[in-house]
Design a binder for this molecule. Sequence first.
Ligand SMILES: N[C@@H](CCC(=O)N[C@@H](CS)C(=O)NCC(=O)O)C(=O)O
Length: 221
Amino acid sequence: MSSTNESIATQPFATLYSFRRCPYAMRARMSILLNGITVQLREILLKDKPTQMLLCSPKGTVPVLVLANGQVIDESDAIMSWARDNSDNSAFDAPSDEQLALISDNDSWFKAALDHYKYHDRHPEQSQSYYREQGEVFLQQLEQQLITQDYLFGTQQSYADIAIFPFVRQFAHVDKTWFEQAPYPALHRWLAVFIQSDSFEQAMIKHPPWQVNDATTYFPN
Ligand SMILES: N[C@@H](CCC(=O)N[C@@H](CS)C(=O)NCC(=O)O)C(=O)O
């Protein structure tokens, strides 16, 4: 949905280049939403990235946030922190070293295992179940943390929960039947809280790819 509301349009908004299905972009959108920030949203296609985005961030990954003053933030964790730091009512504390270590595991070897599991036909050196078992090492670690508490680092949603759940969701979606019967009850419960939340529903609303002459789309809207 687009808006040309004048009172909104006169305020200086940051612009978020995003791709709906990208887990890095999901963590950025969730953080923006939960921290009560509004941005201008530009949905992109990875196979046809807008020149305007590439001029701001030549490395060509999403998410990219361009602030009203022109500053570019093109790493998802930095966008999460920016949303938290610019919120009147922060949704979570700044991440602890333990949270950052877990996110680093997520973004490195778990993400690699996830990609190999999902696109196993491109990696025929090993079987799909081999790659899945590699990813399960991370799932087991999360399960251990979630057995005794609702969220990864306690009773409240943390930066790490928001950063990690989109990747676990993607892992679950590779083979939903397998995931549903896998022995991770605490992880299932935790993931369902996010996937079934109103915030996630809002973060996953479909938008057509942005084009230069489009009316501004605000997120959330
Ligand atoms: N380290 C980056 C990674 C972002 C990333 O790799 N995003 C993927 C989409 S999920 C991407 O844009 N890939 C570029 C492409 O496929 O052309 C971040 O945290 O923002």
